[in-house]
Design a protein around this ligand. Sequence first.
Ligand SMILES: C[S@@+](CC[C@H](N)C(=O)[O-])C[C@H]1O[C@@H](n2cnc3c(N)ncnc32)[C@H](O)[C@@H]1O
Length: 246
Amino acid sequence: MTGRGWHGAWGLTRLCGATATFPARTPLCAGGSVIDSSFKPERDVVHYNDWAPTYEDSKVQRIRNDIHQSLVDWAASSGIQPKRILDVGCGTGALLRRVGPAFPDAELNGVDISPNMVKEASRKVPKGLRVHFLQGPAEKLPFEDGGFDLVVTTICFHHWRSRVEGIAEVHRVLAPGGRFYIADHFAIGWLRALFIAFRCRDRCHTPRELNRMLRDAGFSVQGWKRLYKLWGWLPLIQGVVAEKRP
Ligand SMILES: C[S@@+](CC[C@H](N)C(=O)[O-])C[C@H]1O[C@@H](n2cnc3c(N)ncnc32)[C@H](O)[C@@H]1O
């Protein structure tokens, strides 16, 4: 399948905006570990650069807002009091604009691979919110070691060229005991069948695969949560929270 990939076929393009080109035969696993497909990160950047100015105008922004709020509520209900927060793949900064009021004492930071997304995010910062944006990839975060106590990422993880490298980078920039929240679609139930059918299972993981990747990187997985159901009943977005082992 070519072009905008499976998202377009299922009317989800506007939510996640995948631009991958999937070959006729994408190997799903090699030696038991999930490998990367022919996903083209540079096309992703072009796509999000073009989309950045109108990204939040889409009708599905309402869905994204609900996902963001579910994640923020989940993190806030855990009682954590982070001082420095990082959103990886922050897009136009919509999640951080919700994170701010939930953690008013925290310094907010966003990073995104798309320069135009970073530009839009900076333009949209409301007065009084302390937030810094930088351009860069999840796989090579432009931050020092151990500087954050909370890292979040929404509807972005499956875009990372290498999820293993991205997780290692998040682990590096977190302080011991720091938390990592991921909200994305994972290969569970109906979605698993969909990802297999459209040959993108290699970057849409099962909880078991992700748990293993997180553990291998030095995290302990704290739990999973269903964060968004399409039309109120069809599970679409799951969240996972992991803690950097001391
Ligand atoms: C579907 S959008 C989600 C944006 C935002 N997180 C949200 O919830 O609205 C995916 C975002 O991930 C960014 N992205 C894709 N690959 C990335 C990578 N490897 N590192 C950092 N950002 C990436 C894109 O530029 C885009 O802004």
